[in-house]
Write a protein that binds this ligand. Structure first.
Ligand code: SF4
Length: 216
């Protein structure tokens, strides 16, 4: 598979934010969201086998006890067929495995032990047409749905989708302001006013290491 980077850092997103986590960033994405902060993962990368990736991940967790968290991300990781044996093997080895996906490809082929963190693309992203709505039927309570919001129109669109699909009963729901575009304080006020049981997510890693840092 093609791998852009493997690194160990603090998880910056999802309900696992703040925990040590190893990230496996696979190369390539078929979308071009206007707020994308990983355009460097669109091309290039290093060709690696599943075993090589497992070895690199394992090196970060020697002698660590307790939960060992790994996130497979991209780009769009579901574009590469080796993501299935990779995530299955990680689960077999006892890792807690997250996958971060755009929501435009089927999530139901993944090993059921994998926790899916799935975007639903808003109109402001430029890719709302790419959402694979069938994925919603395959969400489980431990999965997470993320909306990255550019503006008030995106927020209202997200609220409508949350109500229409009863999303907060299916999975965790995360609302994330596009970094540098939508003020988190404004989004916090909208969420409180909406009375929806959703989680405001800021990208913690950008506040720790800066918005343009890579490999952290
Ligand atoms: S799906 Fe993710 S990696 Fe692909 S363009 Fe959108 S934000 Fe970037």
């Amino acid at each position: 598979m093609w791998v852009t980077e493997i690194f160990h850092s603090i998880q910056g997103e999802s309900s696992y934010a703040g925990l040590p986590c190893t990230f496996v960033r696979l190369t390539g994405c078929h979308l071009r969201c206007v707020y994308c902060d990983t355009t460097y993962a669109f091309f290039g990368g290093e060709r690696m086998s599943v075993e090589e990736v497992l070895a690199r991940v394992g090196a970060f967790w020697e002698e660590v006890e307790g939960m060992r968290l790994v996130e497979v991300t991209g780009g769009e990781p579901l574009l590469q067929k080796d993501v299935y044996p990779l995530t299955e093997r990680l689960c077999d080895l006892g890792y807690t495995v997250l996958i971060e996906t755009s929501g435009s490809l089927p999530i139901w082929h993944l090993d059921p032990r994998v926790i899916r963190i799935m975007d639903l693309k808003t109109p402001g992203s430029g890719h709302a047409h790419a959402n694979l709505w069938e994925n919603i039927e395959h969400l489980r309570p431990r999965d997470e749905v993320k909306f990255v919001l550019m503006d008030r129109r995106d927020f209202e669109w997200a609220c409508d989708i949350i109500h229409r699909y009863d999303l907060t009963r299916r999975a965790h729901v995360l609302l994330s302001p596009a970094h540098g575009v939508l003020d988190p304080k404004t989004l916090a006020e909208w969420i409180l006013h909406s009375r929806l049981p959703v989680r405001l997510q800021i990208q913690l890693h950008k506040y720790i290491w800066g918005a343009n840092a890579r490999g952290v």
